[in-house]
Design a protein around this ligand. Structure first.
Ligand code: F6R
Length: 243
């Protein structure tokens, strides 16, 4: 595991973008796993800048998002589909047919989840997976107690996650209670994982995840077993890490 501690969020985002750029230059048809939420926004802005100023080319890149709320259509402003379009895709030259996001309004969710897994496999697996971490230790929407061998599936969100994500909605009651997420087994098969952690409120959970016991009670702790993991933290988030 490689741990990089940066002064602040801006530096964290730049460091992450440099890693993504290197991987795209090495492999233009990179299969990139993407996350949503607040943390990767700076990374996406930095990548947009690289595309605009250095012609960083996403034409051949393929992307698979970690998760999506059940019941939200792609044009719903709080859907992750909408988030990805607004915060990254519409500003770069990625092809629409190379973008994959779980379908929150799939008629048959179980069948959809299997197709999603197959879609990843068919493209050779995820080369680089971007991850954040929830305050309860979740990765993707794999909440505490999720099996380390889980594949893409439907989940009930924890009260902590609903509370944390209410900031994106008018109020907590509007936050969908269910989501589709890549499983922990799916995430662990990515050839490389890049986790981004920012802010004082992540201090405790990231220390438990990276330096505590490996347990399904802290889903992110499984990453200690990943053969190619880089974690970039800002100083605030790294406060309790022993380095
Ligand atoms: C979102 C995702 C989640 C977030 C996590 C942290 O696609 O996979 O696991 O990474 O909830 O969210 P933020 O970055 O908003 O603190």
């Amino acid at each position: 595991m490689q741990i990089i501690i940066t002064k602040n969020y801006e530096e964290l985002s730049k460091e992450a973008a440099k890693i993504v750029r290197t991987r795209i230059l090495e492999k233009p048809n990179l299969v990139l796993g993407l996350a949503t939420g607040s943390t990767p926004l700076g990374l996406y802005q930095a990548l947009i800048k690289m595309h605009q100023q250095e012609n960083l080319d996403f034409r051949e890149a393929r992307t698979f998002n970690l998760d999506e709320y059940v019941g939200l259509a792609p044009d719903h402003p709080q859907s992750y589909n909408y988030y990805m379009r607004e915060n990254l895709f519409k500003h770069i030259n990625i092809k629409k047919e190379n973008v994959f996001i779980p379908k929150g309004i799939a008629e048959n969710i179980e069948e959809f989840c299997q197709q999603y897994e197959y879609g990843i496999k068919k493209r050779g697996g995820i080369d680089l997976q971007i991850l954040g971490i929830g305050r309860d230790g979740h990765i993707g929407f794999n909440e505490p107690g999720t099996s380390f061998t889980s594949r893409t599936h439907i989940v009930n969100l924890d009260s902590v996650t609903i509370e944390d994500n209410a900031r994106f909605f008018n109020n907590e009651s509007e936050v969908p209670r269910r989501a589709i997420t890549m499983g922990i087994g799916t995430i662990m098969e990515a050839k490389e994982c890049l986790m981004l952690v920012s802010g004082a409120y992540k201090t405790e959970i990231i220390a438990r995840a990276l330096q505590g016991q490996i347990t399904e009670k802290v889903p992110a702790s499984v990453l200690q077993k990943h053969p190619n993991l880089t974690v970039i933290l800002d100083e605030e988030a790294a406060n309790r890490l022993e380095v």
